[in-house]
Design a protein around this ligand. Structure first.
Ligand SMILES: Nc1ncnc2c1ncn2[C@@H]1O[C@H](COP(=O)(O)OP(=O)(O)OP(=O)(O)O)[C@@H](O)[C@H]1O
Ligand SMILES: [Mg+2]
Length: 339
């Protein structure tokens, strides 16, 4: 009787759960456990069913002296490796000592942790480089260049450049954090995307040739500042890495399959050197640059496309990057039509 109740409770769990009977055999395996370990696990002895030494010694401890506990193990099924945290709870049911095993998949959490520490390492490195340069210039100004007025002006100029790069990095990090925090809040204001793009292109037009085919109005629900950020980054990328000229177009798409409805598509196209295919899927990773030296020299932080990606996601849109070496790059942003 009690066993039936436990079985029903385990079936309601989303984690894989096994109940071992006093005879050491699997009495109950809920659906996730059957999916993970196979349906044939029911009735098997725990020694052959579970195999891994850390799990076996945990179960031995339970049956020997009623001890509970937890271990973390790596489980491989069909070539996919996952990290499982196993919690064992001793249970007395129908006067017999049972062992309840609940397996929680912590792979995603582990991956997030690894990504997070890589991110912190990147940020530290990006900040350390200009900081080291500034400290070096201070040493020079205090020492060899103390009485050299011309040198002083030059070093101050260099220090300003490094400080500005740190300040840009901090601003980009803050805007990334802001968009991430807003991810679940879809913008509600209705605005004309064509006007937003025109406004973003204007300040860049004395540094690059921008050919615009916007038309409009192109009604979308959006955060104007963030859509300016998107257009600015794509145009700046065309300026820096795409040969210095860009074509910007806004087109209406009657039915966009992924967005399941009508949409507007903004395309920023350049005729620059293009991007090798192996880099394309990683361009939206934070700090990813094809040519780090060139990006740094141009004042880039490598966060631009990561921010763009987050903004587009928050707007429930899509980002597509098409590029071929020698033929240039085309970046499209699709947003649901809100007319
Ligand atoms: N139009 C393009 N043509 C060729 N390469 C590009 C283009 N756009 C981006 N890239 C490559 O992708 C990398 C990442 O772009 P992203 O906008 O994320 O960073 P960034 O421009 O280097 O710095 P930031 O945008 O933060 O100032 C760039 O460093 C560059 O190597
Ligand atoms: Mg950029």
């Amino acid at each position: 009787m009690a066993l039936k109740v436990v079985g029903a409770v385990l079936d309601a769990l989303s984690d894989a759960a096994l109940l071992l009977g006093p005879d050491g055999r699997v009495a109950v395996a809920n659906a996730p456990a059957q999916a993970r370990f196979g349906v044939w696990i029911v009735g098997q002895s725990y020694v052959s069913a579970l195999r891994q030494p850390p799990i076996l010694s945990l179960v031995d401890g339970c049956f020997a002296h009623g001890a509970g506990g937890a271990v973390e193990v790596t489980h491989v099924a069909e070539g996919v490796e996952s990290r499982l945290r196993l919690q064992l709870t001793p249970l007395v049911l129908d006067r017999g000592l049972h062992a309840l095993l609940v397996f929680r998949d912590v792979s995603a959490a582990k991956r997030d942790e690894a990504l997070q520490s890589a991110f912190v390492a990147n940020v530290s490195h990006e900040l350390k480089t200009p900081l080291t340069a500034i400290l070096g210039f201070i040493d020079t100004l205090e020492g060899p260049a103390r009485d050299d007025a011309g040198g002083r002006a030059r070093f101050l100029g260099l220090m300003r450049r490094e400080a500005e790069r740190m300040s840009r990095l901090v601003a980009d990090l803050m805007s990334l954090a802001r968009v991430e925090a807003q991810a679940a809040r879809r913008p509600t204001a209705r605005l004309d995307w064509a006007e937003v793009v025109r406004g973003a292109a204007e300040p860049l037009e004395d540094r690059m040739a921008v050919e615009m085919r916007l038309g409009g109005p192109a009604w979308v629900r959006g955060d104007a500042d963030q859509l300016v950020q998107v257009a600015t980054n794509l145009l700046e990328n065309a300026l820096r890495y795409g040969g210095g000229a860009a074509e910007v177009a806004l087109d209406h798409v009657a039915r966009e399959p992924v967005l399941r409805g009508p949409a507007w598509r903004m395309t920023v196209r350049d005729r620059g050197p293009g991007i090798a295919p192996e880099h394309v899927p990683r361009l939206t990773d934070r700090f990813y640059r094809v040519d780090a030296h060139r990006s740094r020299a141009a004042g880039g932080t490598g966060l631009g496309l990561a921010i763009v990606k987050h903004i587009v996601t928050r707007h429930r849109g899509r980002l597509r990057i098409d590029s071929a070496l020698g033929r240039g790059t085309s970046v499209a942003v699709l947003l649901p039509d809100a007319s």
